[in-house]
Design a protein around this ligand. Structure first.
Ligand SMILES: CC(C)(COP(=O)(O)OP(=O)(O)OC[C@H]1O[C@@H](n2cnc3c(N)ncnc32)[C@H](O)[C@@H]1OP(=O)(O)O)[C@@H](O)C(=O)NCCC(=O)NCCS
Length: 324
C-alpha cells in the first residue's frame, strides 16, 4: 500500500472510530484494513482529499465446509472506511468503484456469489446509497449486554409449563440433527442458507463432535418426553471469530435456536434463552451476539423481547452481479 494511502487509512480510521463511538458505543474501533483482492478503492472529495476508502475481500468457501450452507460459495465483501463528511455521497462513489472492480473479476460473475457490505445497524447515513446500488438488508448481528445488576448465582431462570431443559448428550444426536436441519430449511425462506449436497452430512458431523465433548453447549427442551426446542451456544473460548464485532468483552455467541412449530408461543424459547443467559451472566460474559435474518418474522420480535438489539446489518447482493 503506498504511503499516501497508508497515512490516509490511519487518519480515516481515527475519524471513523470517533463516528462509530458516537453512533453506537458497542461498536469496536475499526480494524486495520485487510488485504484485498485488488488495490484499495479510494474516493476523493471536490478538493482532492481522501473522503473514503474501501477494500474488496474475496472468500471462496469450499464444498466440504459447513460454512458454504450459510451463504454463497464465492463471497465478496467490501470493507468501507467513510469518515463522515457526506457518507451517502462517498458510499455511492465507493460502491460504483466496487461494482466496476467486481465486473473485472471472473469469479464474481457466477450465480453462486454474493457481494456484501456489513454496516453498523444504527448508522442510518449511507443506507440510501446501499439501496440504490441493489443491496438488500439480509442478516443482523444482534447483541445483548449482561444486565448492570447481574443475577446472582442463586438466580433460577423462569421455566415454561411442563418443560425440562437439559444438556444434550451423544444419545441425542438424531433429535438434535432433526431440529438443526429444520432450522436451516426454515431459514432458507429468507434467502440466506443454501442447501448443499453435503449439508446434512456436515451438520451431522458437527453435532457428533460437539455432543461428545465433556462440556457441551447444546441444550434440549423437552415436553412430555419429546424434544421441543434446541439451543446451541459458543462460550467466549469458541466465539473469537465474531468477538471483534464489538468492543464489549468477553463475548459469547448464540448459534442455534429452534422450537418445534407445534410448541411455539408457549414459553419454551424464552425458557431456553433465560437458562443460557443465567449461566452467561453468572460467569461474567459481557455480551452475547447472534445472527438473525432481517426478514424472519419470528426471530426479530423474539430476540428483542429477550433483550437483544441490532448491532450490524449485512447488506447483500446475490449474485454479486446484482450490484448495480
Ligand atoms: C423464535 C422462536 C425460537 C421463539 O420461540 P417460542 O417458544 O415460540 O417463544 P416463546 O413462546 O418463549 O416467546 C417468548 C416471548 O417472545 C414473544 N414472541 C415470540 N415470538 C414472537 C413473535 N413472532 N412476535 C411477537 N412476540 C413474540 C412471546 O410473546 C413471549 O413474550 P412474553 O415473554 O411477553 O410472553 C420460535 O418461533 C422458532 O423456533 N422460530 C423458528 C426458528 C427461528 O426463527 N429461530 C431463530 C433463528 S435466529
Amino acid at each position: 500500500m503506498p504511503w499516501v494511502v497508508r497515512d490516509a487509512v490511519r487518519d480515516i480510521n481515527r475519524t471513523v472510530a470517533r463516528r462509530w463511538q458516537a453512533i453506537d458505543p458497542l461498536l469496536p474501533d475499526p480494524a486495520a484494513l485487510p488485504n484485498g483482492c485488488g488495490a484499495p478503492l479510494v474516493v476523493n472529495d471536490d478538493h482532492g482529499r481522501v473522503a473514503g476508502l474501501g477494500v474488496c475481500v474475496h472468500h471462496h468457501i469450499s464444498a466440504d465446509s459447513l460454512n458454504q450452507t450459510w451463504g454463497a460459495a464465492d463471497r465478496f465483501t467490501l470493507v468501507p472506511r467513510l469518515p463522515g463528511q457526506d457518507v451517502e455521497a462517498s458510499a455511492g462513489l465507493l460502491l460504483v468503484q466496487w461494482r466496476d472492480h467486481l465486473a473485472g473479476v471472473g469469479a464474481a460473475r457466477g450465480t453462486d456469489t454474493s457481494a456484501t457490505v456489513v454496516w453498523p445497524s444504527q448508522d442510518i447515513t449511507g443506507i440510501q446509497a446501499l439501496l440504490r446500488h441493489g443491496l438488500q438488508p439480509r442478516t443482523v448481528i444482534a447483541a445483548r449486554l449482561r444486565p448492570q445488576a447481574p443475577n446472582g448465582p442463586r438466580f433460577v431462570p423462569r421455566g415454561a409449563y411442563g418443560v425440562t431443559i437439559r444438556p444434550a448428550g451423544p444419545a441425542d444426536e438424531v433429535q438434535v440433527l432433526d431440529l438443526e436441519l429444520q432450522l436451516i430449511r426454515y431459514d432458507m425462506h429468507f434467502g440466506g442458507p443454501v442447501w448443499r449436497p453435503a449439508t446434512a452430512r456436515l451438520v451431522r458431523e458437527e453435532i457428533h463432535g460437539s455432543l461428545t465433548r465433556q462440556a457441551t453447549w447444546t441444550w434440549l427442551a423437552e415436553r412430555a418426553g419429546g424434544a421441543a426446542g434446541l439451543l446451541v451456544a459458543q462460550p467466549p473460548e469458541e466465539a473469537g471469530w465474531i468477538a471483534g464485532m464489538t468492543c464489549a468483552s468477553p463475548a459469547a455467541y448464540l448459534q442455534t435456536m429452534f422450537v418445534d412449530p407445534a410448541e411455539r408461543g408457549t414459553g419454551i424459547g424464552a425458557a431456553l434463552v433465560r437458562y443460557l443467559h443465567a449461566q452467561l451472566d453468572a460467569s461474567g460474559v459481557a455480551v452475547t451476539l447472534l445472527h438473525h435474518s432481517q426478514v424472519n418474522p419470528l426471530s426479530a420480535p423474539f430476540w428483542y423481547r429477550m433483550g437483544y438489539r441490532p448491532l450490524w446489518t449485512s447488506w447483500e447482493a446475490r449474485p454479486a452481479s446484482a450490484l448495480r
